[in-house]
Design a protein around this ligand. Structure first.
Ligand SMILES: [Mg+2]
Length: 323
């Protein structure tokens, strides 16, 4: 007999998280618990209004399929039963977690990376004034970060990045514009950022308006985030992007995320594993994708004021599963 519980929880951030389209000081997530034979599987997801999701819509999607999940629906059947998105993610991760617990193992022990191994993760710098971004950069470096993901919009792009680079002459820098750039600036900004040693640019143009990416030689690799949710998106992106950012809340779980990683590799695209804000429970569920990723960006929990049952350790710019 399998039983499903679902609930939402709010978490305060310890500092505002500012990106091109939003500013957050608190987040709300949905958690799913699946209980069976004395074991429990857990999953967590977070809605993104950009994709039309809310806490209410996630809970409603879960409620609609609870009887089938409790009746034994498996992960492959779930792929057909629900569309990609955070509701399917919470359920898929809970199913992985339960399946492994019943076998006396864990998803990472089964899928990789080697449990306990330290993986370099990006640490995010929010949008602020150039001086504030330089200060935040120095704080992250002092805390051990070595790969920084700089959030940008379409304002003071080069000025902000010059300030960050001056504060971090040696650090690896990637940037995320969250769809905020006009195509008219793309080439000039990409070349200037290449000169600043930026090693990757994430989603510069709006999804659906990214055709301009196909018509110029990329001076730095460009990664699809908002343009890439599931396997269905990947092949069409090959002439525009060099890399895809796989996130469980977009793919609708680890099962689809692993299939995306395999398809991206077939299409000669590099892989980044990313996250929405969330607890370490949600990030741990994405760790198996890190085994295939050249960039890991799973710093969501370090934005929280507290993380009730830390499943991951963050130190010296890396993330590792607690043992
Ligand atoms: Mg992004």
């Amino acid at each position: 007999m399998r039983t499903l519980k679902r609930y939402s929880r709010s978490w305060l951030l310890d500092r505002p998280f500012v990106i091109a389209r939003s500013r957050s000081t608190e987040i709300e997530v949905v958690r799913v618990e699946l209980h069976q034979d004395g074991m429990v599987g857990v999953g967590e997801s977070k809605p993104t209004s950009r994709y039309g999701h809310s806490i209410e819509s996630i809970l409603a999607e879960i409620d609609d399929i609870t009887a089938e999940i409790e009746g034994g629906l498996d992960r492959q059947q779930l792929l057909e039963a629900l569309p990609a998105g955070p509701a399917r993610n919470a359920l898929d991760c809970a199913l992985w977690s339960l399946e492994c617990a019943l076998e006396g193992t864990t998803p990472t022990a089964r899928l990789g990376p080697v449990p306990g191994s330290a993986i370099v993760t990006a640490h995010t710098i929010s949008i602020a004034t150039p001086e504030e971004m330089a200060d935040a950069t120095r704080r992250e470096l002092a805390g051990g970060a070595r790969l920084l993901k700089i959030k940008l919009d379409d304002d003071r792009v080069i000025e902000r990045m010059q300030a960050v680079r001056a504060a971090a002459p040696e650090a690896r820098l990637i940037i995320d514009a969250n769809e905020a750039w006009p195509a008219s600036q793309l080439e000039a900004w990409c070349h200037a950022l290449a000169e600043l040693g930026v090693e990757m640019i994430e989603q510069p143009l709006p999804a659906g308006e990214d055709a301009a990416l196909a018509t110029f030689a990329h001076p730095v690799p460009i990664c699809a985030d908002e343009s890439c949710h599931t396997r269905d998106d990947i092949e069409a992106l090959g002439d525009r992007y060099d890399m895809v950012n796989i996130k469980l809340d977009k793919s609708g779980g680890l099962t689809e995320a692993l299939a995306m990683a395999a398809l991206a590799a077939e299409c000669d695209m590099a892989i980044m594993v990313g996250c929405m804000l969330g607890t370490s429970m949600a990030m741990r569920a994405a760790l198996p994708v890190a085994a295939y990723a050249s960039i890991v960006d799973l710093d969501g929990p370090i934005w929280l004021a507290e993380d009730d049952e830390p499943a991951l350790d963050y130190s010296d710019g890396t993330v590792r599963e607690t043992t």
